[in-house]
Design a protein around this ligand. Structure first.
Ligand SMILES: O=C(O)CCC(=O)C(=O)O
Ligand SMILES: [Fe+2]
Length: 423
């Protein structure tokens, strides 16, 4: 991506600035120098927010650069397919069932306590040896109340990639992003929220809020879930003829919207906000994409196969994933993201203390700070956050597992002349 260094001569014109006594050109990224210009070139058009918030106002001596770094890998004996690792470890939270939700909350609280006392290996060597004795001969976490905390320092110069017994990624942790890039990311988030008059970046204390704590999520997603299945339709059938009737009060409509992959309603209803994220966060999305491409090439390949088959665009701004979820005030309770395909990526955002991500079956506690990235198999890993104080948000990169069915045979409509014509 090309960045343009904006300077004051360029914007106001040299003649005008000379006429008010400014003879030196300066870059807008040099905030102190540009303040002098603002003092002389008073304008009624706009006033900028007060200086003082370190995250918003920082002189940029250098433009941020986003470099993907290759990880160092550690082997483990964790076996994802062991029965104990596949079985449900927590009661699933169900919105309509308060008892189940309460049970889920209580279990999460109990395990949060255990995970808060995780062992903290000080060196990579210690981490290696702890991991060696962590899993039994079946590849299962031996003492489920004992967790290992991954020191952030281990992932600062080079990301850390932990492999399961099959040599597949069970947890990739990247804390390499330099501070100016992290500040720029948080500033973008605040600016986007500001521009759209949304106050979701306020501080919270999740422990105090307890069971009342509530996450707000924006799903900028492409789904194929609950798609219509054309495999039983007569070959060459007109796909619309197989659409179901959907009840809307007393009215019935044919539901054409799930014949092929479709955009989440939140994306359709918040297009300007979505565009702001695309425009302001391109650098970070590219960095995430390059990082996962460099470090998880096999998984990227399988996710790309899905992207390539997406109708219309055949690509995604969140490559190699099809969707972005933006979470605000986010501290999750124990859950698995059953709809996710393969790996998901979580990038923490904001100013907060705590909020570590716990991967339950693996027995790992990841101290994610703003700008840190974790990539793990979210569909088969129970995960949750420890409590946090401050403003915590996150980007979650995912692909709907059901998109496989579109990539495979157009949801069973591959015999349809109409669908193939449209593809
Ligand atoms: O914000 C996080 O650390 C985790 C978010 C998450 O797991 C989710 O949105 O499914
Ligand atoms: Fe999740």
């Amino acid at each position: 991506m090309c960045r343009i260094n904006l300077d004051v001569f360029n914007i106001f014109g040299k003649d005008f600035l000379n006429s008010i006594g400014i003879t030196n050109n300066v870059l807008f990224s040099d905030l102190n120098a540009v303040d002098e210009v603002w003092k002389k070139a008073k304008t009624n058009v706009f006033t900028y927010p007060e200086r003082g918030d370190d995250n918003l106002w920082q002189s940029l001596e250098e433009m941020p650069t986003y470099v993907a770094v290759e990880a160092k890998t550690l082997d483990t004996k964790f076996r994802p397919n062991a029965k104990a690792n596949m079985d449900l470890a927590f009661p699933v939270r169900v919105r309509e069932n308060e008892d189940r939700s309460l049970e889920n909350f209580r279990c999460t609280e109990r395990v949060r306590q255990q995970a808060s006392g995780a062992l903290k290996p000080k060196t990579l060597q210690q981490l290696r040896s702890r991991l060696r004795s962590m899993y039994d001969i079946h590849g299962v976490h031996k003492r489920e109340d004992k967790f290992i905390y991954i020191n952030r320092d281990f992932a600062k110069k080079q990301p850390l990639k932990l492999l399961d017994v099959n040599g597949e990624n069970m947890c990739f942790f990247d804390a390499t992003l330099p501070d100016p890039e992290r500040r720029s990311l948080n500033a973008s988030l605040v600016a986007i929220m500001d521009a759209h008059n949304i106050s979701l970046t306020k501080s919270f204390d999740s422990k105090k809020e307890g069971i009342q704590h509530c996450v707000t999520a924006l799903h900028f997603s492409t789904y194929n879930r609950m798609h219509m299945d054309g495999s039983e339709a007569p070959s060459g059938a007109y796909p619309f003829a197989t659409a179901h009737y959907e009840a809307h009060g007393d009215e019935f409509h044919l539901n054409y919207s799930q014949l092929s992959p479709y955009m989440a309603r939140e994306l359709k209803e918040n297009t300007p906000l979505y565009n702001s994220f695309l425009e302001s966060c391109t650098d970070i999305f590219n960095w995430v994409s390059e990082t996962v491409l460099l470090n998880c090439p096999d998984e990227v390949e399988s996710l790309e196969l899905v992207l390539e088959e997406l109708p219309v665009s055949g690509s995604s701004p969140f490559h190699p994933w099809a969707s972005l979820v933006v979470n605000f005030k986010v501290i999750t309770r124990a859950h698995r993201d059953y709809h996710d395909n393969n790996l998901c990526g979580v990038l923490a955002l904001g100013n907060f203390v705590g909020g570590e991500l716990v991967l339950y079956e693996q027995g790992l506690v990841i101290p994610l700070q703003s700008g840190d990235l974790v990539i793990f198999p979210s569909h088969r890993t129970t995960h949750f956050n420890l409590h946090a104080v401050g403003s915590r948000a996150s980007f979650v990169f995912t692909t709907d597992q059901e998109l496989d069915s579109w990539a495979l045979n157009n949801n069973g409509f591959d015999g349809s002349i109409i669908m193939n014509g449209a593809n």
